[in-house]
Design a protein around this ligand. Structure first.
Ligand code: T1G
Length: 715
């Protein structure tokens, strides 16, 4: 009997327990263990019913994605050989009850749907998230789900990839009962009830009652394809999954399964599957940090104080309150604090309108945020986050005054996006407790947090910050302390190359269209207008950018700022903004660009979208290689996580470094070298890019090579 699956029999019920930590993924051992256990329970005359349950924190959370990764990169193995098990489950002559807790996802839910009955604890989640990995369900889920919940619900679940809660699953017909209390006990009792019932066992594959009449199908499918195109822009799998669901509604079960497999294998080795599976593991890989092991003690953080009730401070306060953390929010005047609280309340009201929160949930969260002026009671908070505007003197003054108030283990974090963490740490008088927590606006929404490690930051302080990021539902990526850290540092050459392109002849709207066509969530000029042109203006002055002799300096952005055109907040920047806040091309800006170029003897020409992508994205990649080489990022994959979670880089391209690998580092290097010849020093190829291109290897290979040394350092 393999250890991954065990069987125990109690009062006529065989309890088959899956134990494959961390998430009971459907590995080959689990599949064979289930087959053997089912066979044993079927033969055992003392067994009248069977319950399948997961050990640990969850039911089966899907097929083993490591296997899918092998499949995506061309190995024949990797797809779960599961069809025999599903058939055996459904044809078992004793009631099979699936008992779900935690997350029954993907292949996990598909196994559950092959059982005769499903029960779950109230906070269990069930879903088909395969489209988030660039594939579709491949274990008959697209054929059984519509037979249980109807075609429309199945489309919604498979296209969104979002899990549903037990209560929703019960009303949809996906489960038969919610079990309060101990799951194994409740499920076994339910199983005995079912065994006592006369009549045939319900086989999902034979169900037709939930399938729609033929006349209704075309409309539902069209709505489904619309939903996929609108809500999952550029993704192939959400559109393809509707094709598999169509087969469920229009063909016999076996034919539908064959159609599902066909589509599954078409996608399993696609570029998007490779990229999205890379993104999945890259996000999980950020937690491996040298010097921080699972034994490094992270201090509990239940009380946070935030200095600065502006846009960032308010957003961070909401993120903390949403995570159940109590917050002291302070600013220099009552007006400033009241304005901050009013903005928070307004943002929560928007969330209520969007159905994300109920009014009661908002009141709960507002109660957790205590506004104040000054630093009273800062002594007993676990973490202080400073979120005032970018001014070193002010940040140092705050660090000095606050740090002396706090308990010894209190952590002080600055939300600066560009300034030197070490200088602020010294000003605090206790550098080991200081680091950067660089949130992204809106901080209550954006998943990314750059955790900036200072020279003296202790492993415990780092572990505490990483745990806080996880508690806030964020992806915390540890980065080195340098101008702009990782994300912003890479964005500068990308942003300025976009500006040079419009001085050289393109238009802001053409560059932005090329970037959104490439898959970026927003074009660079729209992002600049949203963030505020004055922010980058201050950084240009604060960091004395473009001071190197012969460095090309962007000309138009400064002019726009001198004209008070700071972007959305002033109704005009690179674009004009009406009430709908949609960017409109502004002839005045186009004329200003033309005049500025002429006045500076800049020869202008037209650009293709491909040239625009090369000049912008390759600038990002080249700087990424420098950041990696200098150790400000631990892995190329970390850079991918930063850009896909904080800068709107399409996850279906894996991130800028993964994308570079897919284009080929030789090609990237050759293009960067050509730009170096044509455009000057700013395009000098990063030594690491040159080296990897010469070796004919990839950033992914480099990460693998380095993994050994990193893990050694973090265990
Ligand atoms: N396979 C392999 N490893 C997995 C895994 C999986 N399905 N899910 C999680 N892990 C690892 C993860 O890498 C990490 O490892 C650890 O578990 C904890 O994960 C046939 C083909 C379940 C909600 O898409 O969404 O089924 O870093 O940090 O935040 O149709 O993991 O510690 O070494 O994310 O508590 C469909 C993917 C697969 C679910 C838990 N299933 N997993 O979240 O922990 S495709 C999914 C998740 C499929 C079938 C198809 C989450 C979670 P390490 P974690 P968490």
């Amino acid at each position: 009997m393999n250890q991954a699956v065990t069987v125990s029999v109690d009062q006529g019920v065989a309890l088959i327990r899956i134990d494959n930590p961390p998430v009971n993924a459907l590995s080959p051992e689990v599949i064979s263990g289930l087959e053997t256990s089912l066979d044993r329970a079927s033969r055992d005359s003392s067994v009248r019913a069977i319950v399948i349950i997961g050990a640990g924190r969850t039911f089966i959370a899907g097929a083993d994605i490591k296997g899918l990764e092998q499949l995506a990169w061309g190995s024949d193995s990797g797809a779960p050989e599961i069809h025999d098990l599903l058939q055996t489950l459904e044809d078992t002559t004793k009631p099979v009850v699936m008992a779900m807790h935690g997350t029954a996802l993907g292949g996990g839910l598909e196994v559950a749907m092959a059982g005769h009955y499903r029960v779950a604890v109230p906070d269990a989640l069930m879903g088909q998230p395969e489209v988030n990995l660039g594939i579709i369900p491949g274990a008959e889920g697209t054929q059984r789900l519509p037979r249980l919940v109807g075609l429309e619900k199945a489309i919604e679940m498979c296209v969104s990839g979002k899990p549903i809660k037990a209560a929703d699953a019960l009303s949809a017909g996906l489960i038969d009962r919610i079990i309060e209390g101990d799951l194994a006990t409740g499920a076994s009792a339910f199983a005995r009830e079912m065994a006592a019932q006369a009549g045939a066992l319900p086989k999902t594959r034979e169900r037709k009652d939930k399938l729609p009449p033929a006349s209704a199908i075309p409309g539902m499918l069209e709505a489904g394809r619309d939903l996929a195109r609108k809500t999952r822009r550029n993704l192939e799998a959400p559109v393809a999954v509707v094709d598999a669901l169509e087969a469920a509604a229009t063909r016999p079960f076996a034919e539908g399964c064959a159609r599902e497999r066909e589509i599954f294998f078409q996608l399993a080795q696609s570029e998007q599957a490779k990229a999205l599976i890379h993104a999945f593991f890259a996000e999980r890989g950020v937690s491996k940090v040298p010097g921080v092991s699972k034994d490094t003690v992270a201090a509990p953080v239940n009380r946070v104080a935030i200095v600065g009730a502006g846009t960032m401070g308010g957003g961070i306060a909401m993120a903390c309150a949403n995570a159940g953390i109590s917050v002291r929010l302070t600013d220099t005047s009552q007006d400033a604090v009241d304005k901050g609280i009013a903005t928070i309340r307004k943002n929560y009201d928007v969330s209520v309108k969007r159905g994300r929160f109920t009014p009661a949930m908002v009141e709960e969260r507002m109660k957790r945020i205590a506004p104040q002026v000054g630093y009273d009671a800062f002594g007993d908070v676990d973490l202080v986050i400073e979120a005032v505007f970018e001014n070193m003197a002010l940040k140092k003054q705050i660090a000095g005054s606050v740090a002396s108030l706090g308990k010894p283990e209190q952590v002080f974090a600055t939300n600066t996006s560009t300034l030197d963490i070490d200088e602020i740490a010294v000003a605090s008088g206790r550098p080991p407790q200081v680091l950067g927590l660089h949130f992204f606006s809106p901080a209550n929404v954006m998943r990314l947090v750059e955790i900036v490690r200072g020279k003296a930051t202790s492993p415990e302080t780092l572990a505490t910050a990483m745990a806080v990021a996880k508690k806030l539902g964020k992806v915390g990526v540890v980065v080195g302390n340098g101008p702009g850290f990782v994300g912003n540092r890479m964005m500068f050459p990308y942003m300025y190359e976009a500006q040079f392109l419009v001085e050289d002849g393109a238009t802001p709207q053409q560059v932005d269209a090329a970037l959104t066509g490439f898959g970026m969530a927003m074009g660079m000029f729209a992002v600049d207008d949203m963030a505020g042109l004055d922010v980058a203006w201050r950084v240009r002055q604060e960091l004395n950018q473009f001071s190197q002799p012969g460095a090309r300096k962007p000309l138009v952005a400064d002019r726009l700022c001198e004209m008070g055109r700071f972007g959305q907040k002033t109704g005009k920047g690179w674009y004009l903004y009406g009430d709908d806040r949609k960017p409109q091309p502004d002839p005045e800006v186009l004329a200003l660009i033309e005049q500025t170029a002429t006045a500076n003897n800049i020869r202008r020409r037209s650009f293709t979208n491909d040239e625009i992508i090369e000049r912008t994205i390759y600038a990002l990649i080249n700087e990424g290689a420098r950041v990696l080489d200098e150790g400000h990022a631990l892995r190329a994959a970390d850079i991918d996580v930063i850009y896909t979670n904080g800068y709107g880089f399409p996850a279906w391209r894996g991130g800028p470094m993964f994308y570079a690998d897919r284009v080929g580092l030789k090609k990237i290097y050759d293009r960067v070298s050509a730009f170096h010849q044509e455009l000057g020093q700013r395009w000098a190829p990063a030594p690491l890019l040159a080296k990897l291109a010469k070796e004919g290897t990839t950033f992914k290979e480099l990460d693998k090579r380095r993994a050994g040394s990193l893990v050694g350092a973090s265990s």
